[in-house]
Design a protein around this ligand. Sequence first.
Ligand code: C5P
Length: 237
Amino acid sequence: MTTNNNPPNHDALIVALDVPTAKEAKALVEQIGDAASFYKIGLELAMTPDYFALLDWLVAQDKRVFCDIKLHDIPATVGRAVARLGNSGASLLTIHAGQAAMLEAAAKARAGDLRLLVVTLLTSINQQDLMDMGVARTPLDQVIANAEMAETAGIDGVVCSGHELPMLREEYGDELLTVVPGIRPAGVDAGDQQRVMTPGQAIAAGANHIVVGRAIRDAPDPAAAAAAIQDEIAAAI
Ligand code: C5P
């Protein structure tokens, strides 16, 4: 479901609800108001008893929902988990890159409006971590290889850093939906994110959606911060 009376690119901004309780998540959504229509609920909230009630509440508020759960298990289990979320009202769900059969099972089990994203490579993983895992590729080559596996398996899109977008767009054109975290508006501290881009840079590089957490959550006025990002997105499209 999309919010009425908003421009088509309004959904390009996904606000990460990185807060410990559903109560705080709802308060932040209410504070942001019309400045955002798409929200990400991840592992922190999934460890609370209210995760699915929050999902229902967001859908009832006419918001779109990205369930950032990063599934990874044997194909049958992942397929069955994807099937359960199919008609929940969620728009996006993440799965870790890995076994092709797991991604195929997920794609086959997808139902309703749910679209699946593969996490190509966690932004916390560097070259040494890959070597420790016995992977000889560079992080960029690993992202490309995992995007290829996702596309072949029938997955809808990928989570990637803005820096890999040009390569992915060159390879896949518009075939893969691209969702980009690690976004910092000009002047906002990068914190623990290594490879950051501004909202405008990421959209101009071809991101379909950008994920923004702390730059909105910790702003003195979250609604104004979200509205400023919406303006930057509109200017970059
Ligand atoms: O606060 P910040 O904007 O850095 O938050 C980014 C959000 O995107 C967090 O919820 C984080 O878990 C998520 N994310 C990320 N990098 C990935 C995948 C997800 O930062 N590769």
